[in-house]
Design a protein around this ligand. Sequence first.
Ligand SMILES: *Cc1c(COP(=O)(O)O)cnc(C)c1O
Length: 431
Amino acid sequence: MSTNAELFERAQKHIPGGVNSPVRAFRSVGGAPRFFVRGQGARATDVEGRQYLDYVGSWGPLILGHAHPEVIEAVRKAAADGLSFGAPVAAEIELAETLCRLAPSLDMVRLVSSGTEATMSAIRLARGHTGRDLLVKFEGCYHGHSDSLLVKAGSGLLTFGNPSSSGVPADTARHTLVLPYNDAAALEEAFARQGDDIAAIIVEPVAGNMNLIAPDPAFLAAARALTVRHGALLIFDEVMTGFRVALDSAQGLFGIVPDLSTFGKVIGGGMPLAAFGGRRDIMEKIAPLGPVYQAGTLSGNPVAVAAGLATLRLIEAPGFYERLSARAQQLCQGLTAAARRHGVDFCAQNIGGMFGLYFARACPDSFAAVMRCDTAAFGRFFHAMLEDGHYFAPSAFEAGFVSAAHSEADIKHTIAAAERYFAGRGLKTED
Ligand SMILES: *Cc1c(COP(=O)(O)O)cnc(C)c1O
């Protein structure tokens, strides 16, 4: 049997950084990533046999926890009938119908395999539909790793202090206008200047890739009003927030109907599945109906669709989101109270089943404010909690997630561990 450190050593020989997605590498917190062998409910077990209460949930998809029996059974059944056809299957229709029924803005959807693909395709569609090139995004928002969206983005790019990627042509970046999140005035100014050249605004309706930043309702309302006035499209990137903050997603929660939206994470239930969709007249511009090309060999993959459908069926249970939110809130309030009792500058908040933890006196409401949080304090907290069996995202700039499998007792257990850490933090700050 190998240890985490041994596997990480071996992984780095043939996988850049030893990981297939950068934030997994623990670079900003240090140490070796945990190699997991199994997950069950709220818990995951690493190769050394250590068990963790998991607050990452595969970065969002696992809203039901690990290996939910109904999801696993659906996957097993679908897999036994064949992994892929490259031809339509009936379950794709059922998933499309379900998504359109649950998300207020969807008339039509197309299924793809990753959130990156969904946002990239939605942007191409917005540009094709409007005949304009300019795209507005917000600093610290992450929309996957396609060229036009890798400008001042969040998630791993923030973790590594590198908000833009090398390899993105300047000519592509030139078509992306980056504005501060939650700043309606900056948005109005940009539209006053260049509104008639803007194809679309793309926004995370709750920012979840620079830690969690709650949206100012006036900001989202301005994005909606300005795009309507100038003939641009509003794209909600709900890859993280979709079916995570509410059953009708952020668009339902905040009562704003975007023209296009993207989904991923939860809708695949842990399998590679994502979608983009929206207004019928726009969606009909996609091939084979229209001139905007988009395709995928494994799109609508029957095994992924089965996992997604099983997941969506379960989250429709009455009271599901009330319970999920209550757990996330219990965690945030409990951690905050524990920290305050010991004089630690700490704050936490949740929106539905996603949450943010901040080593700061108040919860940040902007990119600039989140950048002022104490990342060294987060790193020490992260490692102390990890040692004690609580797995949080290995970066101060990522949101966290609870699942329906987290019990009240699980959350209490985590709060108690944090309280012990906060109480003795003076002893641990020099490690
Ligand atoms: C995760 C995420 C993406 C990218 O999805 P992938 O499946 O990782 O390509 C895009 N947008 C948002 C808001 C995300 O959280």
